[in-house]
Design a binder for this molecule. Structure first.
Ligand SMILES: *Cc1c(COP(=O)(O)O)cnc(C)c1O
Length: 376
């Protein structure tokens, strides 16, 4: 029954996200095909309005993908060559690449051990006269500690650009992520909590001038056709993806609630196991569990043990950005960010998603408990 290439409990399955909403999605896609309008337009405007309303931001400007959204947000805030931008040492590398791609320099800061998010206490020491912005990441679906980050940023005149690619619907102190900082950047990559069926992204902001610049920058720097105010790029949300995202946005809270209930199951079944560190949830956080990430020094053995039992898992992320070949120029040796390096060595993500069956999550938890009881 169990073939190692196709686990019985896969880490994540995307087909059920189509199957559950098939009738609505088919109708939405056909509506775009039959409209005769294939770039920007009414469908994209409608998604932007819906998503702005959902996040509580005054404006939403969509983009082609999450990396572009991050890059466009930095450029809209006039951040570029000669500038430094503070980023977490532990994140998906896109956060860093967006800074590099804007011509600025990413300056890593260590994260907190409990949440794996930017440590506000380490922020101030990384600020130099060149620092222009700080980019907290709401990693794994849990908000970074925004209040102290915003306070330090305000004190030093820095912009705050949030990477919320993994956090659609997450709340910080009772309010949804989406307009705490100067710009909040989203990815709708298929596996995200709100996922398209292709690439898609957006930026939300309360600032009308930032929104205006974003609209120009994503579309050749132009507001009026063939009049170019800025050196923009082409990074527009596909109207077919916009139509899909409108359908899926209406189900986001329900799907996030399913993730929440699976996370509660994992947290309950796995509490108190020596050698297994569970994700920390501060009192002010309402995470949406994009990923359920544990830590253990026996990570590789645990992953192999689960694989033998037909259970898929993944590592988010195995190499910190400062140890990647792409950032070799930074000359940051092993040991430069010990906690982020330890997270990379010890983290493991269990199956999680709106279509993971409760009994399968029970089986994952039972297998993990068995491993730590000495089944290994
Ligand atoms: C997915 C992701 C991105 C990039 O999004 P794309 O749409 O794949 O470009 C950026 N940051 C984080 C934290 C992500 O998880």
């Amino acid at each position: 029954m169990s073939s190692p290439s196709k686990p019985q409990i896969p880490f994540l399955e995307l087909l059920p996200t189509y199957a559950e909403l098939q009738a609505e999605l088919d109708t939405a896609v056909l509506r775009v095909l039959r409209s005769g309008w294939y770039i920007l337009g009414a469908e994209v405007d409608a998604f932007e309005a819906d998503f702005a309303a959902y996040t509580g931001a005054a404006h939403c400007v969509s983009a082609g993908n999450g990396l572009d959204a991050l890059n466009l947000a930095l450029r809209a805030l006039d951040i570029g060559p000669g500038d430094e931008v503070i980023v977490p040492a532990h994140t998906f590398i896109a956060t860093w690449l967006a800074v590099s791609y804007a011509g600025a320099v990413p300056v890593p800061v260590e994260v907190r051990a409990d949440t794996c998010n930017l440590d506000p206490a380490k922020l101030e020491a990384a600020i130099t006269p060149r620092t222009r912005a700080v980019m907290p990441v709401h990693l794994y679906g849990q908000a970074a500690d925004l209040d102290p980050i915003l306070a330090v940023a305000r004190q030093h005149g820095l912009k705050v650009v949030e990477d919320a690619a993994q956090a659609q619907g997450a709340k910080y102190r009772g309010r949804r992520v989406g307009a705490h900082g100067d710009a909040v950047c989203w990815s709708f990559y298929p596996g995200k909590n709100l996922g398209a069926f292709g690439d898609a992204g957006a930026v939300t902001t309360d600032n009308p001038e930032t929104a205006r610049r974003l609209r120009m920058l994503r579309n050749y720097g132009s507001e009026v056709k063939y009049v170019h105010e800025l050196k923009g790029i082409n990074s527009r949300l596909d109207p077919i993806q916009a139509a899909i995202l409108r359908v899926k946005l209406a189900h986001l809270d329900e799907w996030n609630a399913r993730r929440q209930s699976l996370a509660a199951l994992y947290l309950e079944r796995l509490a108190g196991i020596p050698g297994l560190e569970l994700p920390g949830v501060p009192a002010w956080a309402e995470p949406v569990w994009h990923l359920f990430v544990v830590r253990t020094p026996q990570r590789d053995k645990l992953q192999a043990f689960l694989k033998e039992r037909g259970i898929g898992s993944q590592i988010h992320y195995p190499i910190p950005p400062h140890r990647q070949q792409a950032y070799a120029e930074m000359n940051l040796a092993e040991g430069a960010f010990p906690l982020s390096e330890r997270i990379a060595r010890e983290c493991l993500s269990f199956p999680m998603g709106p279509h993971l069956k409760r009994e399968d999550a029970e089986r994952v938890a039972a297998a993990v408990a068995e491993f730590f009881r000495g089944g290994r």
